[in-house]
Design a protein around this ligand. Structure first.
Ligand SMILES: Cc1cc2nc3c(=O)[nH]c(=O)nc-3n(C[C@H](O)[C@H](O)[C@H](O)COP(=O)(O)OP(=O)(O)OC[C@H]3O[C@@H](n4cnc5c(N)ncnc54)[C@H](O)[C@@H]3O)c2cc1C
Length: 417
């Protein structure tokens, strides 16, 4: 039985997963978190009976690490319908296309509610893309080309219209950057995950994911509002006292403030859902007509616990860089322009919506530029133990994978010593 003492700094997803694995392996683990709650970037506020996640946030049921770390049934997870609805203004009217499932059934999915949304050439290219990202094991998507996503899409022959109206609103809203400059490996990974599983929401909000891991660990091992000062590789000063551990894990990004990816998220209390299906709605005009909103979701349609009985929660995602490029830098300006766009699609029903929150989440995701490996070499083989999505790629999968690798390295280090 191992009994070495391990301090984990940071109770985000990676720190909690790393600590939970080490705890289950018999280590004496203590987690120190500087904030007053666990979860890091995966948190949920309760406001007037609504569950407001910090930024629109989903779990992907196909992520291999999530399958190992979570029990989706216990989380009460419910899935969005695969695919998306795309909205565009045509001849002064909002037109809605329902793309049933372009990830799992590209031809039928895009052709279904089609009426000319995608050309047959784009349909075939989506089918070919799907075939290529799903071939072989998952590691394959992180091999080969590592250019910008926009370059890859053009190279694959997609029309500019398909890129601007479908790929742009969807993936800029996932990558939280407006140019699709994210490494194409990340695109291949996300596309593959969407073709293999569902986007789900836990019953108690996205914060239920870190809560699930904290329950494995036990709250008595998690110390909130505690900033630990690192004195040397093994020693921390905590609340004025020095404590020595066999190992210290850094489960946060000390350079997070350098990330430019930021996002505005607006949450509205609506008397009824503006949607007729459980899809996410993409703004097909965001790139073409310099609009603001990337996408909209109604979490309460999918997971009724997100809103009180008889109300709907509408969540709007705005990529920070898009707002910057339109010169919108404060919450009122963003809300104002977004509300005009919502009215142009849903008409006067928007007037009955009450704003629940205007969230601005800075440094939301690490930069995942072209030319980087993203293979999950989460820690150097010597020196301090490190985990966090910044060491792999900015996603739940990146955070959990880094935690698994780092905890494994600790287990191996102490098993052999
Ligand atoms: C708006 C938004 C939407 C997202 N949507 C998705 C999505 O849909 N799907 C997906 O897969 N991923 C999504 N992500 C990414 C995902 O949330 C992150 O990859 C993951 O939560 C990162 O976890 P982490 O543990 O690496 O870092 P963090 O969550 O940042 O945790 C780090 C923790 O360390 C603490 N800390 C910092 N410094 C110290 C210190 N000195 N001492 C002690 N503690 C410290 C912090 O307070 C924090 O709690 C989204 C992220 C955001 C912001």
């Amino acid at each position: 039985m191992l009994s070495q003492s391990i301090a984990v700094l940071g109770a985000g997803l990676s720190g909690l997963r790393c600590a939970a694995i080490l705890h289950e392996a018999g280590f004496d683990v203590q987690v120190y978190e500087k904030a007053d709650r666990i979860g890091g970037r995966m948190t949920t506020d309760k406001v007037n009976g609504f569950l407001l996640d910090h930024g629109f946030h989903v779990m992907q049921s196909a992520y291999p690490t999530s399958k190992r770390a979570f029990d989706f049934q216990k989380l009460g997870a419910q899935a969005f319908e695969p695919g998306a609805v795309v909205v565009q203004r045509k001849k002064g009217k909002a037109k809605f296309w329902r793309l049933a499932d372009p990830f799992r059934r590209p031809i039928q999915g895009l052709a279904g509610g089609l009426n000319g949304f995608a050309s047959q050439f784009d349909l075939l290219r989506v089918a070919r893309l799907r075939h290529s990202v799903r071939r072989g094991n998952l590691e394959r998507v992180f091999e080969g080309d590592d250019k910008e996503t926009s370059t890859m899409l053009r190279k694959r022959g997609f029309s500019q219209s398909m890129i601007d109206r479908f790929f742009h609103p969807l993936f800029s809203g996932i990558f939280l950057e407006k140019d699709l400059r994210t490494n194409e490996r990340m695109f291949r990974f996300v596309f593959r995950m969407m073709s293999e599983g569902d986007m789900v929401l836990p019953k108690d909000g996205i914060a239920a994911a870190p809560r699930f891991l904290a329950d494995v660990l036990g709250d008595q091992r998690i110390h909130l509002s505690t900033e630990a000062e690192l004195l040397d590789e093994h020693t921390l000063r905590i609340g004025g006292q020095e404590k020595t551990f066999d190992a210290v894990v850094h489960a946060y990004n000390p350079r997070r403030s350098e990330s430019k990816r930021h996002v505005w998220t607006l949450h509205f209390d609506a008397p009824t859902s503006p949607f007729t299906s459980n899809h996410i709605m993409l703004n097909g005009d965001v790139k073409l007509h310099n609009q603001l909103i990337a996408h909209i979701a109604v979490p309460s349609d999918v997971q009724p616990s997100y809103a009180p009985e008889g109300r709907s929660l509408v969540t709007v995602t705005i990529v920070g860089e898009t707002a910057d490029s339109l010169g919108l830098t404060d919450a009122n300006q963003v809300l104002d322009v977004a509300t005009k766009e919502l009215r142009s699609w849903f008409g006067s029903e928007v007037d009955a919506w009450q704003t629940l929150a205007t969230q601005h989440i800075e440094h939301a995701l690490p930069e995942v530029a072209a030319g980087t490996a993203l293979t999950g070499q989460s820690s150097a083989t010597e020196g301090p133990f490190v985990c966090g999505d910044h060491t792999v790629h900015g996603s739940v999968e990146g955070a959990l994978l880094s935690a698994e690798k780092t905890s494994q390295r600790i287990i191996e280090t102490f098993s052999s010593s």
